[in-house]
Design a protein around this ligand. Structure first.
Ligand SMILES: Cc1cc2nc3c(=O)[nH]c(=O)nc-3n(C[C@H](O)[C@H](O)[C@H](O)COP(=O)(O)OP(=O)(O)OC[C@H]3O[C@@H](n4cnc5c(N)ncnc54)[C@H](O)[C@@H]3O)c2cc1C
Ligand SMILES: *[C@@H]1O[C@H](CO)[C@@H](O)[C@H](O)[C@H]1NC(C)=O
Ligand SMILES: *[C@@H]1O[C@H](CO)[C@@H](O)[C@H](O)[C@H]1NC(C)=O
Ligand SMILES: *[C@@H]1O[C@H](CO)[C@@H](O)[C@H](O)[C@H]1NC(C)=O
Length: 529
């Protein structure tokens, strides 16, 4: 066996601590493949697409770059019935087969959620047909594949002057992947998350049935799948609400040193109807380092940028805003933006304004991705931590964490912005705090491989742990977004009063626990109750 590099060994220690079996080395794969008794029966299934039993390594990694579980095979489906056939086949094998199925969108999970140890990974991006269909009219929408990337939906709908309403910060993610979580960004305060902007789904359940669902038809499955962490079905098609797309975006950043003033302004901005179209923000603590530049590309021509503001020793809060407009309305937009800004109490000398196309605005993180890729800083471990924090506790949280547990933000940005619960549908599966307003706080860290310093994986994981412990001790009522737990009791706490419903849906739509095993909520062939 080849000796794994030192930083992998270090990671292995961490994994062992957490009690995981990790397969790193390729010779193990071969043995697993040859020994599998399930392979022959899969090989003879009638499919439009195909299985690959050999090139499976890419399906054993994800954006988090920390967990690697080798599947037995990767399914490249051409049609929905390919997916249904395979799931049905496994369903028919009954509880004694250990085979599981994980839909893999773009593999941008953080902790193995789209992986299936010795199971089947469905490469959802292969499911291209039928192509994206855009419908114009009073309530425009697009019908898209569950494996479609949001960036492709943007390009296609723009041909009709339309675009989806609610986004994620990064568009190289799939519809099925973000709808299984929520899809939260700076538009969510107005439109709700992406799961609030879907009208209809086509789903393959854990029994291999193809089911259409919406508010009016199979509504329990419809709501269950949204934010359902892939537990109840594989989303093969989705109907996404569209709106008229703006041509241009006024993109604004202003700085605060006072956290109370910063959050007061954020909350004020999300409460007004006639406000900005996008409200986010981020924290800058004692800023140094390169990784912090990721996601923060602003105006490449402007050498002075809010995100590059040196904050040596200090903590600053950057409010990020966008106002959409059409070029013939420049005068009106100038006046509106000026009025809105006049109500805010940021540090007067820190107004940074830029103007970009709608596409450039939405696809902004891709620019950072290219930069980081060119420096080999993209495919590195991402020990991200995403929290949803009730508004009433955000000051306690900030006091305990910013400048205290965290003494710098050189490992990556920390996003922070409020959303309004009334735009979320409580019939969906997503778990959010109880209060009317809650904050998304996203620690988007990158770990430098082999580093033992403050930018190393171990250091960041300890920091994450301290943050979670602080939330727990201070009883903040925090919920994790893109949650990750390894024990069912922890999941039960995560879901709280919603656990019963979640289990009930599982027993209805995927009773053998075939789907999305990488979430580690239910285990195949173990009865859940
Ligand atoms: C750079 C970056 C920026 C991000 N920004 C945001 C953001 O602003 N807001 C936000 O909300 N999230 C954000 N995310 C998180 C993102 O929503 C998740 O990574 C999500 O998992 C989507 O990624 P994916 O399409 O690659 O899905 P995968 O990681 O492949 O899958 C995620 C989960 O969903 C399941 N799944 C995948 N496809 C389907 C399907 N068709 N049907 C049913 N289940 C399925 C998988 O089995 C897995 O359990 C960001 C991620 C990255 C890497
Ligand atoms: C949240 O949204 C609802 C519905 O639009 C609105 O009535 C309410 O005032 C908002 N709450 C806050 C605090 O902004
Ligand atoms: C800021 O960062 C520098 C360099 O990492 C460090 O030496 C200094 O102690 C930090 N200051 C504070 C106040 O944390
Ligand atoms: C969802 O919200 C509605 C209206 O606020 C409430 O009546 C209902 O009980 C809630 N349902 C759940 C499951 O929490």
């Amino acid at each position: 066996m080849r000796q794994p590099p030192v930083h992998l060994l270090k990671q292995m220690n961490i994994f062992i601590m957490e009690g995981f079996m990790i397969l790193f080395v390729s010779c193990v794969t071969v043995r697993v493949n040859l020994c599998s008794p399930n392979m022959p029966s899969l090989k003879i299934l009638p499919l439009d697409g195909h299985f690959n039993f050999h090139e499976v390594h890419h399906a054993a990694r994800d954006f988090g770059n920390r967990y690697q579980f080798l599947p037995m095979a990767v399914l490249h489906p051409k049609t929905v019935s390919d997916i249904a056939t395979v799931v049905k086949h496994i369903w028919d094998m009954g509880p004694h087969s250990e085979l599981t199925v994980a839909a893999r969108g773009h593999g941008h999970s953080l902790q193995g959620q789209s992986q299936a140890h010795r199971g089947i990974v469905v490469h959802m991006e292969s499911l291209k047909g039928p192509e994206i269909q855009v419908y114009t009219g009073n309530f425009p929408y697009a019908d898209v594949s569950g494996g479609e990337l949001w960036i492709n939906i943007l390009h296609e709908s723009l041909k009709f002057g339309l675009a989806p309403k609610s986004w994620t910060d990064y568009l190289h993610l799939t519809v099925g992947g973000t709808l299984s979580n929520a899809g939260i960004s700076g538009q969510a305060f107005r439109h709700g998350p992406q799961i609030s902007n879907v009208r209809q789904l086509e789903v393959v359940t854990g029994k291999g049935e193809i089911v259409y669902c919406s508010e009016g038809q199979n509504d329990d499955l419809f709501h269950g799948v949204l934010g359902g962490l892939g537990q109840f079905g594989i989303i093969t098609r989705a109907r996404i609400s569209l709106e008229a797309a703006p041509a241009r975006v006024r993109w604004i950043r202003v700085l605060y040193s006072d956290f109370a003033a910063f959050t007061r302004d954020q909350e004020h901005l999300i409460s007004g109807e006639n406000s900005f179209n996008y409200v986010e923000g981020f924290v800058i603590i004692n800023r140094t380092g390169l990784l912090n530049n990721w996601r923060l590309s602003f105006n490449p021509k402007d050498p002075v940028q809010a995100s590059q503001f040196k904050s040596d020793g200090r903590t600053l809060f950057c409010l990020e805003l966008a106002k959409y407009f059409s070029p013939d309305k420049t005068d009106i937009i100038n006046q509106e933006v000026e009025n809105l800004l006049s109500e805010l109490s940021y540090i007067p000398s820190t107004l940074f304004v830029s103007e970009v196309t709608y596409t450039d605005f939405l696809d902004r993180v891709h620019v950072s991705e290219m930069k980081l890729r060119s420096k080999d800083l993209w495919d590195i471990p991402h020990p991200w931590l995403n929290l949803l924090i009730p508004k009433s506790k955000i000051h306690t949280f900030a006091q305990g964490v910013f400048g205290n547990i965290l003494t710098e933000t050189s490992n990556g940005p920390i996003l922070i912005y409020p959303v309004n619960r009334s735009k979320w549908d409580n019939r969906t599966s997503v778990v959010i705090p109880e209060e009317h307003i809650f904050y998304l706080v996203a620690f988007l860290t990158s770990a430098v491989p082999s580093s033992t310093g403050t930018d190393g994986l171990e250091h960041i994981l300890i920091q994450n742990k301290r943050i979670l412990e602080f939330c727990e001790t201070a009883n903040l009522g925090v919920k994790q977004y893109l949650p990750h737990y390894t024990k069912q009791e922890e999941w039960q706490v995560h879901f709280g009063p919603r656990w019963e419903k979640f289990v009930q849906r599982k027993s209805t739509y995927d009773p053998l626990a075939i789907l999305a095993p990488g979430q580690r909520i239910f285990q195949k062939a173990t009865p859940f109750s």
